[in-house]
Design a protein around this ligand. Structure first.
Ligand SMILES: Cc1cc2nc3c(=O)[nH]c(=O)nc-3n(C[C@H](O)[C@H](O)[C@H](O)COP(=O)(O)O)c2cc1C
Length: 214
C-alpha cells in the first residue's frame, strides 16, 4: 500500500490491519537470549545507520529473542533493564508487529503475548517499507507506571527511554547485519486501535527491523 493511500485512509480513520499470515500463537516462548559475543562496540557504532530497504524475510526466533533482549531485556537479578528509565519506572512496552500477529514483549518471562491476531505492520507507519520488513516494533509509554514522575515530564522522560531502547536496537542491527530505522511519522490513533491500547497508554515511536534488501 502506498504512502498516499495510507495518508488518505488515515485521514478517514480507516487505516486498519491486514489478516494475519502464518501461525498465530496466543503466546510465543522465546529462546534464552545469547548475551555474549557480537561485534565490538566501537565497530557497531561505526556501522550504525538508518536503512529503509527491507527484504521480506522473517527473523529466526532466536535472533528475535536476542534483539528484544538487547532492546529492553532484563539484564540484572534486580530486574534492571538494558535501557534506563526515570525513577526506574520501566514505563515503555515494546509491541512486536509480525506477519502472524502483534505481540507484547514480556521481558521478565521472555515471552511474546498475542495482543492482535492480525498483521499490524502496515499500520505502524505511513512509509511503504513498513509492510515488507520482518517486523515493526512499537514503543508505547504506560503513564500509569509513571506516578512518581511529575505529569509535565512524563512524555519527555518516556521519549528519552525510547531513544535509549532504539539505539540498543540500532547497535544490535549493526552487529547482526540487519537493517533498521526509527520512525515518528505514524498514525498514532490507528496504531493504538490496532493494538487495543487503553487511555493510559501512549504510542511514541515505531522502529522497523529486518534483513536489508539485496
Ligand atoms: C525522533 C526521530 C524520528 C524519526 N522519524 C523518522 C520517520 O518517521 N521516518 C524515517 O524514515 N526516518 C525517521 N527517522 C530517522 C532519521 O531520518 C535518521 O536518523 C536521520 O536521517 C539520520 O540518519 P542516520 O540514522 O542514518 O544517521 C527519525 C529519527 C528520529 C531520531
Amino acid at each position: 500500500m502506498s504512502t498516499l493511500t495510507k495518508l488518505a485512509l488515515g485521514m478517514m480513520g480507516q487505516l486498519r490491519p491486514k489478516p494475519a499470515q502464518g501461525d498465530t500463537l496466543p503466546k510465543m516462548a522465546l529462546p534464552a537470549p545469547q548475551k555474549d559475543g557480537g561485534m565490538a562496540l566501537m565497530e557497531a557504532l561505526s556501522k550504525r545507520h538508518s536503512a529503509r530497504d527491507f527484504a521480506p524475510k522473517e527473523l529466526a526466533l532466536s535472533l528475535l529473542s536476542n534483539l528484544l533482549w538487547a532492546a529492553y531485556g532484563v539484564n540484572r537479578p534486580d530486574k534492571g533493564r538494558t535501557a534506563p528509565s526515570a525513577l526506574n519506572s520501566q514505563e515503555i512496552d515494546i509491541y512486536v508487529a509480525l506477519p502472524s500477529g502483534a505481540y507484547l514483549y514480556d521481558a521478565t518471562e521472555n515471552v511474546l503475548q498475542l495482543v492482535a491476531a492480525s498483521d499490524v505492520r502496515h499500520v505502524t507507519g505511513y512509509q511503504d517499507f513498513v509492510s515488507d520488513a520482518a517486523l515493526d516494533l512499537v514503543f508505547v509509554a504506560d503513564h500509569s507506571r509513571m506516578k512518581l514522575v511529575p505529569v509535565a515530564k512524563r512524555e519527555s522522560y518516556a521519549s528519552v527511554t525510547t531513544g535509549a531502547i532504539s539505539q540498543n536496537v540500532y547497535l544490535f542491527a549493526a552487529s547482526n547485519g540487519l537493517a533498521t530505522v526509527i520512525r515518528a511519522w505514524i498514525d498514532r490513533d490507528a496504531v493504538a486501535d490496532a493494538l487495543w491500547l487503553n487511555h493510559d497508554q501512549q504510542v511514541l515511536l515505531s522502529q522497523t527491523v529486518g534483513y536489508p534488501k539485496g
